[in-house]
Design a protein around this ligand. Sequence first.
Ligand SMILES: C[S@@+](CC[C@H](N)C(=O)[O-])C[C@H]1O[C@@H](n2cnc3c(N)ncnc32)[C@H](O)[C@@H]1O
Length: 451
Amino acid sequence: MNKQMQSILDARKKNIMLSPKKGGSSDIDAIPYLREIGVKLIERPQSIQFTPNINEHIHRWAPYVQGFSAAFVQSIIDQYRKVYEKPIIFDPFAGCGTVLVQAKLNGYESYGVELNPLLQFIAETKLNSWDVPPEYLIKIYNSLPKDKRASAPSFLRTDRQFRPGVLKNLEIIKGGIESLEEKNRKQIKVKNLLRLAFSSILIESSNLKRSPCLGYCKNKIVEDEAPFVLMTQKVHQIADDLKVIRTQYKDFINVKSEVIPANAMTYQHNKKFDLVITSPPYMNGMDYVINYKIEMSWLGFANSYEELKKIKDEMVVCDNVSKRLIRQFYNSKSTYTNDWIESIKFNISKNIEKRGNYRRLDMPYIVHKYFDDMHRAMKNVVLSLNSSGRFILVVGDSLIADVYVPTDLLIAKIGMDMGLKVEKIEKARERRSGQIRSYKLRESIITLVKE
Ligand SMILES: C[S@@+](CC[C@H](N)C(=O)[O-])C[C@H]1O[C@@H](n2cnc3c(N)ncnc32)[C@H](O)[C@@H]1O
């Protein structure tokens, strides 16, 4: 490690040791904000995360760490079963489509918006392949040609990511799938199911793991045959679920569901919705593009880092976004703000100045852009919400340069500015701050109503 790196690390350690937030908690720091909007936090511990979905029909077709648990979505649907007769459901940050799939399993029409083309493809395939005969899927899979090897993406370090024998077998599967005809809807759907299956075995076949970010895994040994074994398992799992759909959900096969490949900040849906259930990106959270670069490139959704970056720049901001984008935001005129955002920005700037260093000096503007992005996306949702409709968001709060950012309460405040009523804010889970581990953050469910 060079001297400069060492001194940055030492300064970071010192900041953590001296932090006034050590041992603190967001519940305490949130009190003045809660008082101002006249809301009380309700304790409602529950599991929201995707993990249990690996045992759920359809949801298990593609692993997605950042997704909702199907059980959580079902609990929301059940809560409002008597309020709305047949709600039309919407998710503006659809991800891999958990909300929409669960809505369809209840026989409800559902719509989504998703900017990442890979996730949009996964969600759409999970929703609209229910009429594929399972035996037809297996037949096509078993007859995939093995002599049409297609090359791996050229812009990634594929040779580091996969062992040579594994890589060759992945190229054989990829070539086999690509060679399939697409002359009618049935052929297109089967091909898409096989592409989805292929995308979901890539990380398991690689020298990497996702936990939740992509990283190399030292002791992982993948056998050459793994891609074939995993692919066969996945295709059979999908076929088993298609059988279940034919028996248990046959009346819902044609219920309308659609995921639009668009930006939630600009896309205005022409439908009206009763229930919006969503989980936007967290401010200092995940990079939804770089974390899926392997699947995106193998499926042809991105052919260079520039293409990946272009998609990333359109997303709701996260803290490793390009400095250029934040400079542009800083110079733009019509941005949303309120007194909380301004005082948070001021305090972050002051603390960064006091420390003399921080991983992003433009952090106050990243925070500001996050709420401006959310304001835009929320505005579109509110315009499409029926009166008496509910807008339910799951978000986590943050601690940035020793400044508490009450993301859930700020989202509630933005909703209030748009004329929505805050019905409740529930605390679902406690989380640890990434920087000051002893500081307790939370994950909340915000329910807003259009009266
Ligand atoms: C927390 S994930 C949602 C996961 C989803 N609830 C599920 O169960 O799969 C947030 C999603 O928002 C998407 N996203 C980020 N910015 C967006 C934007 N401006 N428009 C549409 N989608 C966006 C990301 O690609 C990501 O899939």
